[in-house]
Design a protein around this ligand. Structure first.
Ligand code: ATP
Ligand code: MG
Length: 282
């Protein structure tokens, strides 16, 4: 269980996290959302002991992270697998060597490393890619390698920082399904930072919405999405804006016109998808 109490983190004069408190239960998939620059990655860094903070405590299974130093901190961090948007694979190493890397760093025996690499490659579905270099893999396959590597030291927690943001929607779904299976099968707790609401809805049980360095809302995903508090609406507004900026266009249409517009789109070979009732994106 992770308990964060009154956490404040500053970079010089900039207060990035301001009196944050939250609790993450074992076995949960916990989403952290907020606009770019709000402090999501910084919060993850505080949870796994990469970042220091000026006030407050982070307690993981009874251990206060801010009190750890040197080897104790490195041991603690074995328990926290990380997955990033950019995969962070080593290009000159093979998939096998990338997955093996954390255990090699800790000096495990070759036979033990080999057994674990093959077991995890099987779990994430990339057994046939072990001799390849990362450059020869698709984005989804690269992320599977990164997930296997994150699981190497048998962590209790996996921290995901925008781990599906570089993937197309179908690959995103397959990676999310994999994470959910892993969470259930291995009893791992997942903390997932994202700006995609669809990701939250799909696999998270709880979320915290960060706004101006504070937790504006937190609770069960079902409750937050049914109550639609202002912090959530601010974010979904931002998501729409991003979609429009990325080249797609959101049309708000009357339900009675929807069929006509869809036919027009199809006739002209234009891509479109329905977003929710009375909205399409093209
Ligand atoms: N090492 C650093 N030194 C100074 N300021 C930093 C440092 N790291 C982050 N910041 C600042 O802290 C704020 C929060 O950054 P952070 O990377 O945590 O945001 P984020 O929510 O993860 O954003 P994004 O969604 O774009 O990844 C930003 O204003 C950023 O410029
Ligand atoms: Mg970030």
């Amino acid at each position: 269980m992770i308990t964060v109490k009154n956490l404040t983190k500053k970079y010089k004069d900039l207060t990035v996290l301001n009196n944050i408190s939250l609790e993450i239960d074992d076995g949960e998939i916990y989403g952290i959302v907020g606009v770019s620059g709000v402090g999501k990655s910084t919060l993850l860094g505080c949870l796994n002991g990469l970042e220091t903070y000026s006030q407050g405590t982070v307690c993981v299974d009874g251990t206060y992270v801010e009190k750890l130093k040197g080897r104790e901190l490195r041991e603690f961090r074995k328990n926290m697998g990380m997955i990033f948007q950019s995969f962070s694979l080593i290009g000159r190493k093979t998939v096998y060597q990338n997955i093996a890397f954390p255990m090699e760093c800790w000096g495990y025996q070759r036979t033990e490393i080999d057994r674990r690499v093959r077991e995890l490659a099987g779990l994430v579905g990339i057994e046939d890619k072990l001799p390849e270099r990362p450059d020869n893999l698709s984005g989804g396959q690269k992320q599977r390698v990164a997930i296997a590597r994150a699981l190497m030291l048998e962590p209790k927690y996996i921290l995901c920082d925008e781990c599906t943001s570089a993937l197309d929607p179908r690959t995103t779904n397959s990676i999310l399904n994999l994470l959910r299976d892993i969470c259930e099968k291995l009893g791992i707790t997942i903390i997932l930072v994202t700006h995609e609401m669809s990701v939250i809805k799909r696999i998270c049980q709880k979320i915290a919405i960060l706004e101006d360095g504070r937790i504006a809302e937190s609770g069960s995903v079902r409750q937050i999405f049914s109550e639609q508090p202002e912090a959530l609406l601010n974010l979904t507004g931002e998501e729409r804006r991003q979609e429009i900026l990325s080249g797609s266009c959101l049309l708000e249409v009357k339900e009675t016109d929807l069929k006509k517009i869809q036919m027009l789109m199809q006739e002209n070979n234009l891509d479109y998808r329905e977003r929710k009732k009375e909205e399409i994106i093209c």
